[in-house]
Design a protein around this ligand. Structure first.
Ligand SMILES: C[S@@+](CC[C@H](N)C(=O)[O-])C[C@H]1O[C@@H](n2cnc3c(N)ncnc32)[C@H](O)[C@@H]1O
Length: 272
């Protein structure tokens, strides 16, 4: 049995898992009963979560397309990849630049097994296990280093992942270490949950993740904006998901006719 298989055989599918819950939000099939039950608990207090997850993916698509249109960067590092879904990063990127390098990093062995099976069938694509809480170790992974040259500009994606770091994990220091490892002209694409409206519902939704062995920290606009220190925040700045350069592809999703609450901020920064 390979390391990966033995890791997988040790997985308790009766415990909900954050990546598989998110897969369920997006209408995916890679989830178990416990994940669906936990996701339904989230919907009870935060019913807009499914639409927000889709808006988050739509933001990721628009941000990638924009960065490719305005720069010559050909390397992409997606940290907190999640389970494969429609419109994975390498699919979006390779439509425009077939030879661009895409590295996927996640700390969840289930995600990694799927990523290796599905995402890395394409050339110039790798999936490695790494923990955002240890950015230098993550960047030092030999497989990743073979594909990504950190002396050249790189697009780093931290989409819907940084809120899984607690304050004890020192997310500001994590971003600073990543930033210091990135060449000028690199980009940071980031989205993060917040509780700018209906804070109690947002918090109750986040609390469900404790049963999924994950902890979500809702952060303020100012805290999230500080993660872009050292970067030029591209227009329109740090905004809600539907407001980041909406185009014909943008989803102005509503829930029962109401606009979605501001439970995410997102932005794209360019390293000076
Ligand atoms: C909500 S999913 C986001 C997936 C994708 N980035 C997106 O926005 O569609 C969060 C992912 O982050 C991963 N994750 C959580 N904490 C992490 C950490 N410390 N290091 C690496 N990945 C992490 C989870 O395993 C999960 O796959």
């Amino acid at each position: 049995m390979s390391d990966e298989a033995s890791e997988l055989s040790g997985i308790d599918v009766t415990v909900p898992n954050a990546a598989r819950m998110y897969n369920y939000y997006l209408g995916g099939k890679d989830n178990f009963a416990a994940d669906r039950a936990a996701a339904e608990q989230v919907f009870k207090v935060a019913p807009e979560t499914r639409e927000l997850a889709r808006q988050n993916r739509a933001f990721l698509r628009r941000a990638l397309r924009h960065v490719m249109a305005e720069s010559g960067v050909r390397q992409f590092l997606d940290i907190g990849t999640g389970l494969p879904t429609e419109g994975n990063v390498h699919e979006i990127v390779h439509t425009r630049h077939p030879r661009a390098a895409v590295a996927y990093v996640d700390n969840d062995p289930v995600v990694l097994a799927h990523a290796r099976a599905i995402l890395t069938r394409s050339p110039n694509t790798v999936a490695v296990r790494g923990d955002l809480r240890r950015p230098l170790e993550l960047l030092g992974d030999p497989e990743l280093r073979r594909l990504i040259d950190m002396s050249q500009p790189v697009v780093v994606l931290l989409v819907s992942v940084l809120h899984f770091l607690t304050e004890d994990d020192k997310p500001g220091a994590v971003i600073a270490q990543l930033r210091e490892s990135m060449a000028p002209g690199s980009y940071l694409i980031l989205s993060h949950v917040t509780a700018a409206e209906r804070a109690q519902n947002a918090q109750q939704g986040a609390d469900v993740y404790r049963n999924a062995n994950a902890s979500i920290t809702l952060r303020s606009r100012q805290q999230i904006e500080e993660y872009f220190d050292g970067f030029d925040l591209l227009s329109p700045g740090l905004v809600k998901l539907s407001e980041w350069r909406p185009d014909e592809d943008a989803m102005f999703a509503t829930y029962r006719g109401r606009e979605l609450p501001t439970w995410f901020y997102c932005g794209v920064g360019r390293l000076k």
